[in-house]
Structures are given as C-alpha cells and as structure tokens.
Design a protein around this ligand. Structure first.
Ligand code: UDP
Ligand code: MG
Length: 323
C-alpha cells in the first residue's frame, strides 16, 4: 500500500491541534472515499512558546500514526517544512497548516491527481478567507513585481498547501540553503504540476504569526533568492543617468554659447546630487542584500536543529551517562 505523509508545521498552535486531529481522523481511517493508503502525520513543533508540544505528544499517545518532531527553537515555517520533508517517509507528502485554513477535504482530490501521474499538485486559493484588505492588495502587488523580475513561473494565490511526489521531496531535501523561499523552490525543481481549487477558510484559533514585518522579509527573500535582476537595476540606472547627463550637458553648452545665457547652477546641482545620491544608496542596498545572503550561506549552518523526534533525543549518545 502506498504511504502518504502529512506535514504540519506548527508554531503556537495549542488551540488548533486537537481540532486538526478531529478533522484528519476520517482521512487517516481512509473514510473520505479515496483509495486506501497508509498514513503518517509529522507535526513539527517550531519552537512554540505555548503547550503545542505537550498537545502533540498527547495526540501521539492516542494515535501512533502521529509523529512529533520538535525543533530546538523557532526556525520559521520555511525551515520547519524542510525538517518535515527530511523526516517524511511516504511515497508522497501533503503540507498543510495547523490552523485549519487548508481544508482537509481537498486532499483526496489531490491524491487522485497524483495517481493520474502529476508530481506536484498545488492548492489554488479561490478565496482567501477573511484576510485584511491591505494584506490582500500587497500580496497581489508583490506577485506582480515578482513575476516581472523573475524568469521562472510565479503562481499567485498559491500557498504551501500542496501534494508532492517522493521525487519532488528528495529534490527539495537536496536544496539545503538556509535562506529559504520554498514557493520558489517548487517551481525551480520543475516536474509535472496540476492544481486543485479550494476556498481558504479563516484561522480556527489564535492569530497569524506572519506580521507585516515578517511578510516584507519573506517578500525580499522571495525576490533575492529567486532572481538576480535587481542587481541589473544599478547598471541600467547608470546608463540612463549617463545618457541624460550627456543630453543635459549639450543643452547647457548650446544655451551658454549660442544664447549667452548665464547658467543658474544651484538648484540644478542640488537636484542632480540628491538624485544620484539616492540611486547610489539604493544600488548599494540591493548589493548589500545579496552580500548578506552570501555571508549567511557561506557559514554552512544547518537550516534547523532537532531537539527530539517522537521523544527520542538525537544528541543522546548511548552510554553517555553510564558509570
Ligand atoms: N508556522 C511555523 N513557524 C513559524 C510561523 C508559522 O511553523 O515561525 C506555521 C503555523 O503554525 C501555521 C503555518 O505555519 O501552521 C502558517 O502560519 P500562519 O497561519 O501564522 O500564517 P498565515 O496563514 O497567516 O499565512
Ligand atoms: Mg494561517
């Protein structure tokens, strides 16, 4: 029988996990009308500050199809997902949020597409739930920019809710960058893709851990890890400014020599200096973003650290406490 892994990254989700289990139960018991599968759930505790870990362990005691992976601190959703991929043993894996925003009922539909031969079946959000208007607008504008600056395909309204075949999981596990933008990686690895539509519901309990600051960081991460076109901005601006400066020089020369006009220098000078200063600082900032990322990646640190898996501590050596 084929095995399906459900990967659930969790950060401060104590109030959602029991409800999630109730929702997952019919699926795990093969009761949602799909074919019969072996199921495993991998809940990743991403350094939660509440009782999420205790709730997960409780669930595991009731149902040993649930596996509990605890990270040593909060590494962020992107790295928590990688941990899930590393520990998943299924022939395919479905990533879903712990807050019940991704409907479990869609999973059999994804599995059907997978059986049809698609390797990456992603959920396309028909509606986005009760998201604030500003956030919706910014997200759409961001995807517009990202699809303009990058060569790869960028899918709007597609989150992390998707099914991946074993071949995709293996390839994603091979990409060990610590500054991760997994949505970009899905399209980078390729493989045949298909979509299923769903309505994204509202969060069950608690509030989103993605503040606007975190979203802006993720957005910058998305651009810098996906494409180097912002670096070209400096070169293009340099050429544009140089050409404009030449034209202006000719204009000033003609004005002075032919018409004998005295050149009013001060305001023009200030404008030019400020304009160029701004462009230079912006270009430096863009270069800095990339250098910062080179710096972080060259350290070669692991993307996450495991504190325990199903209660076992990977750092405990046999015989360590003996004698
Ligand atoms: N999450 C995580 N680590 C984090 C932040 C979030 O594992 O540092 C998990 C969170 O528990 C949830 C999923 O990622 O299962 C999506 O997070 P959230 O609901 O806060 O984001 P939103 O749905 O608002 O995009
Ligand atoms: Mg959510």
């Amino acid at each position: 029988m084929k095995k399906v892994s459900l990967i659930v990254p969790c950060y401060n989700e104590e109030r959602n996990l029991d409800a999630l289990y109730v929702k997952l139960r019919p699926l795990l018991d093969n009761g949602l009308g799909s074919r019969e599968y072996d199921w495993e759930v991998i809940m990743i505790d991403d350094g939660s500050r509440d009782a999420s870990l205790a709730v997960m362990r409780n669930l595991r005691q009731r149902d040993d199809r649930i596996n509990v992976l605890s990270l040593s601190r909060n590494f962020g959703k992107e790295c928590a997902m990688l941990a899930g991929f590393d520990y998943a043993s299924g022939d395919c894996a479905v990533i879903l949020d712990a807050d019940l925003q991704d409907p479990v009922e869609v999973i059999p539909e994804m599995l059907k597409k997978w059986e049809d031969g698609y390797k990456d079946v992603y959920g396309n959000r028909e509606t986005r739930g009760n998201e604030p208007w500003v956030r919706k607008r910014f997200t759409l504008a961001y995807y517009n920019i990202l699809s303009k600056v990058s060569s790869g395909e960028v899918l709007r309204n597609v989150g992390d809710f998707r099914l991946l075949d074993r071949c995709c999981i293996d390839e994603i596990c091979g990409l060990r960058e610590t500054q991760r933008y997994t949505k970009g990686l899905y399209s980078w690895i390729g493989f045949s893709k298909s979509e299923v539509s769903y309505d994204r519901s509202d969060r069950n309990a608690g509030k989103s851990s993605f503040s606007y600051r975190k979203l802006v960081n993720l957005a910058i991460e998305g651009i810098t890890s996906h494409t180097t076109s912002p670096l070209r901005f400096a070169s293009v601006m340099g050429i544009v400014v140089a050409v404009a400066a030449m034209a202006f020089l000719v204009y000033v020369l003609v004005k002075t020599l032919v018409y004998g006009d005295p050149v009013a220098g001060y305001p023009t000078l200030i404008c030019v200096i400020l304009f160029l200063g701004g462009i230079q600082l912006l270009s430096l900032g863009i270069i800095g973003e990339y250098i910062g990322r080179i710096f972080l990646e060259t350290k070669g640190r692991p993307p996450y650290i495991v504190a325990s898996f199903n209660g076992a501590n990977p750092h405990e050596r046999p015989g360590k406490h003996a004698g």
